[in-house]
Design a binder for this molecule. Sequence first.
Ligand code: MN
Length: 147
Amino acid sequence: MSRHRRFRDGFRWENVDLLEYKPQGTHFRAVMRQVLFDGARGPGAELRYFEIAPGGHSTLERHRHAHAVLVLRGRGRALAGSRITTLEPFDLLEIGPGEWHQFRADDDACLGFLCLVDRERDRPRRPDKDDLVRLRADPAIADFIRV
Ligand code: MN
């Protein structure tokens, strides 16, 4: 059976719940999530829309699964591996397996993006003390990351 969910004001899709990014924690700020496709009927992927409010950020994390990201709204930056890139609508960002990543919205703009992931995937890991020492060896990364 097909499904059509119309796009609505406020960057919402019809009959799609607006969810907290993660249940709890202080390692992220001002992030909301909508699961657009859960992949239950195939393909074996989930498509989510995340929106980070101005000044907010996602968790600094890594995992074995990859992310394919398409920016839809706003402006921000991302750490992906050892690079920090600026992001604007319709930019594509691929995060490879095992790469550290974190998204930040600019202070005066939200950052909204689609993120495609495997439906079956490993849990994200946050950096330990040694990881942070290694990450902060690069001054630009030290300045960028929020933990
Ligand atoms: Mn991730």
